[in-house]
Design a protein around this ligand. Structure first.
Ligand SMILES: C[S@@+](CC[C@H](N)C(=O)[O-])C[C@H]1O[C@@H](n2cnc3c(N)ncnc32)[C@H](O)[C@@H]1O
Length: 215
C-alpha cells in the first residue's frame, strides 16, 4: 500500500497558477495569512468557470487572494464585492488588487459585514456568494445574505468541518469546543434549510455548497 497525500497530489496536478498568483500564495503561506486551502479554492474556481456568475459577493477578503482567484476564474464580465473588517488586511488587499490591475472588477468594502445590510442590498442580487469569515457567525452571515441571492444562485461556506472538530464537538480541544458546537449547529440548520439544496463536501477544511431553489 503506497502512502499518498491525496491533497498534495491533486494540488500539484491542479496547479495552473500564473507566476503572480503563485507569488501571492507563497507570501500568504509564509506570513501565516489565512487563505482557503488550495484544493477547496480549486473547486470554487471550477464552479465559477461552470456558472459564469456576474455578481459575486465574498465575506472575508483577507489580502484579496481568493477574490483575485475568483475574478480570474469567473472572467472579466464578473463583478466582485468583498467585505473585510480588518483595516490592515483591507489595505493589503487593495494593493494586491491594484497590482493585478483588477480594481475595476473587485470592490473591497471595509467593515463588519453584519453592519452592512444596506450596502450589500444596494448591489444585490448576487448569483454567487463565498462565506469565509469569523467562524462563530456563519448562521448570521448566511441569514444576512440568503435574501440577496437570486434563484439558482450558489452560496459556498468554507471551514464548515472546522478541522474535523464538528464530528465530536465535546471531544474538541477546550478552546475549540464552543466554536465546534456552533459550527455543528450551523451545519444542521443549513442542511434543513428548505430554501436551499445543500451538500457538504469533505475537501479542504470542509465546504458547504447551497443552491437557492427556484420556487
Ligand atoms: C480566512 S480569512 C479570508 C481568506 C480569504 N477568503 C482567502 O482565502 O484569501 C477570514 C477574514 O475574514 C475577516 N472577517 C472576520 N469576521 C468578519 C466580519 N464579521 N466582517 C468582515 N470580515 C470579517 C477576517 O478579518 C479575515 O481577514
Amino acid at each position: 500500500m503506497v502512502s499518498v497525500d491525496w491533497r498534495e497530489y491533486a494540488n500539484r496536478l491542479n496547479d495552473r497558477e500564473s507566476e503572480a498568483v503563485r507569488t501571492l500564495t507563497l507570501h500568504a503561506t509564509a506570513n501565516r495569512i489565512p487563505i482557503m486551502r488550495l484544493e477547496a479554492m480549486a473547486l470554487v474556481e471550477q464552479f465559477l468557470r461552470l456558472k459564469q456568475p456576474k455578481r459575486i459577493l465574498e465575506i472575508g477578503t483577507a489580502i484579496g487572494w481568493s477574490a483575485l482567484k475568483m475574478a480570474l476564474a469567473a472572467g472579466p464580465e464578473s463583478r466582485i464585492t468583498t467585505v473585510e473588517r480588518d483595516p490592515q488586511m483591507v489595505e493589503e488587499a487593495l494593493k494586491n488588487i491594484r497590482s493585478f490591475g483588477l480594481e475595476s472588477q473587485i470592490d473591497v468594502l471595509s467593515g463588519d459585514v453584519l453592519t452592512m445590510h444596506d450596502a450589500l442590498s444596494e448591489r444585490a442580487p448576487y448569483d454567487f456568494i463565498l462565506i469565509d469569515a469569523g467562524k462563530a457567525h456563519y448562521q448570521a452571515y448566511f441569514t444576512l445574505v440568503a435574501p440577496l441571492i437570486e434563484a439558482t444562485g450558489v452560496i459556498i461556506c468554507d471551514n464548515v468541518f472546522l478541522r474535523g472538530f464538528v464530528l465530536e464537538p465535546d471531544e474538541a480541544p477546550k478552546r475549540w469546543r464552543k466554536l465546534s458546537h456552533k459550527m455543528h449547529d450551523f451545519n444542521r440548520w443549513l442542511s434543513q434549510n428548505e430554501a436551499f439544496d445543500t451538500i457538504f463536501v469533505p475537501i479542504g477544511d470542509g465546504l458547504s455548497v447551497s443552491i437557492r431553489k427556484n420556487e
